[in-house]
Design a protein around this ligand. Structure first.
Ligand SMILES: NC(=O)c1ccc[n+]([C@@H]2O[C@H](COP(=O)([O-])OP(=O)(O)OC[C@H]3O[C@@H](n4cnc5c(N)ncnc54)[C@H](O)[C@@H]3O)[C@@H](O)[C@H]2O)c1
Length: 411
């Protein structure tokens, strides 16, 4: 086995001093790797955590590149094979930030080796993989107290967490409509290269699994119920794209030029679907990478008998609330600036009005997982919840293949 490359270990300082460590090993160091690093680095310095996250080992396949990423993001050592990372005795938790084709294999091996697991979304590329992972997570919990969580980080925007609280408190009354879109535009250029996100064998699906998974999870989380069935359309607008010239990262990529040729896109570019919640509320969903001008517009609106809530990720410190019980003469949507110390996650941050951003969702994710591990309770969203989202995605694909026929979600 290759020896881990060592550099100076992270200091035990400030708010974290004297706390038992939670030693993290992370696989993948590009977009989500950077975001998760930020979360692990920061959570214990902002929040009073029962355990001290330690950035113990970072894993990638290129030794020089992973060492550079470890230095940049604050990881003590590196590995070039995820199996070696999992074999280490000084790693308590494996954080999976790779494309979906490797989620199942890494998570199953990590759980079998007695590690806690945080796995990026979507949980897997198929329902079958997700079923195996959910089963392994349940066994790891019941036999060894090991925990597994999926990275649906948009539950952890303070404004969406407040929306969840308000729905649960009954501020909206019985829900009638759930309207959710997740709009990006980075694929609009037909010359954008065919990165892993456009290859089914690596990504599982396209906008559906990438963006649709987020909004299905968030909608079900906010409503506090599951979708019963869906009717869907999907489309691939650009079927041939230039092959990339090298490794891609996040939503960026460079073409290799004419010498590299083109390849076939094997996933959806956009998915549009309607759904019915078990209580009868009607839902609509739209996930696309072709909404020109929309960069990361996860927008939702909930309409209930007693009121409505609206949110837009591009203005993530705000939640809009209409109280339908007020006299019509002065009722209307009003803006809640979600930066008060009593708002979810805000107790550790800045004075009111000093807003948060995208990266803070990963700090909150690390915080919540550390608490769950210290308390020995299954974190949310669990692998079982990740599996259920996978079943919704599969029903969307099945419905789209059958010209939008209403497709119940399997239990
Ligand atoms: N929660 C969110 O908001 C969010 C946002 C973007 C991506 N994601 C998810 O995160 C995951 C990663 O996406 P990304 O945008 O970070 O991708 P990326 O292309 O930016 O990074 C992927 C990383 O995985 C590494 N990798 C791939 N296969 C590997 C292997 N077998 N062993 C070791 N390393 C390997 C690559 O070298 C790279 O470092 C995906 O599941 C994606 O759906 C989640």
């Amino acid at each position: 086995m290759e020896q881990p490359q060592q550099s100076a270990g992270p200091e035990e300082a400030g708010a974290e001093a004297g706390k038992p460590p939670l030693r993290v090993g992370m696989v993948g160091y590009a977009f989500m790797g950077a975001a998760h690093s930020q979360g692990w680095r920061t959570a214990g310095r902002v929040f009073d955590l029962p355990l001290r996250p330690v950035l113990t080992a970072l894993c990638g396949r290129d030794a020089a590149a992973v060492r550079a990423a470890a230095d940049r993001h604050g990881w003590a050592t590196t590995e070039t094979d995820w199996r070696a990372l999992i074999a280490r005795d000084d790693v308590d938790l494996v954080d999976i930030c790779t494309p979906g084709d490797s989620h199942a294999e890494i998570a199953l091996a990590a759980l079998a080796a007695g590690k806690h697991v945080l796995c990026e979304k979507p949980l897997a590329n198929t329902v079958e993989e997700a079923e195996t992972m959910a089963h392994a997570a349940e066994t790891a919990f019941t036999t060894r107290g090991r925990l597994a969580m999926v990275g649906f980080n948009y539950r952890r925007v303070p404004a969406t967490a407040l929306a969840r609280r308000m729905v649960a408190e009954g501020r909206l009354g019985p829900l009638r409509h759930v309207r959710v879109t997740y709009l990006q535009d980075w694929l609009n250029d037909p010359e954008f290269p065919l990165t892993w996100r456009m290859r089914k064998e690596l990504a599982g699906s396209g906008s559906l699994g990438d963006l649709g998974a987020h909004i299905v999870d968030l909608a079900q989380h906010l409503v506090g119920e599951r979708l019963a069935g869906v009717s869907a359309l999907t489309e691939t607008f650009v079927r041939q794209r230039p092959l990339p010239g090298g490794p891609s990262s996040g939503l960026a990529g460079a073409t290799g030029g004419a010498a590299h040729g083109t390849g076939t896109v094997t996933v959806d570019d956009a998915a549009v679907f309607t759904g019915r919640f078990t209580s009868g509320a009607l839902a609509s969903f739209e996930a696309t990478r072709y909404a020109t001008g929309r960069k990361n517009a996860l927008r939702l609106e909930l309409n209930g008998e007693r009121g409505s809530l609206a949110f837009d990720l591009e203005r993530l410190n705000e939640l809009w609330f209409h109280d339908a019980t007020e006299p019509a003469v002065h009722a209307g949507f009003r803006r809640i600036l979600v930066t008060e110390p009593d708002h979810p996650y805000l107790d550790g941050w800045w004075p009111p009005g000093h807003g948060l951003g995208y990266e803070h969702t990963f700090v909150h994710q690390a915080r919540d997982l550390v608490h769950a591990i210290a308390e020995g309770r299954v974190p949310e969203p669990s692998f079982a919840e990740g599996l259920q989202v996978q079943r919704v995605l599969a029903a969307v694909e099945e419905s789209a293949e059958k010209n939008s026929v209403y497709t119940p979600i399997a239990d």
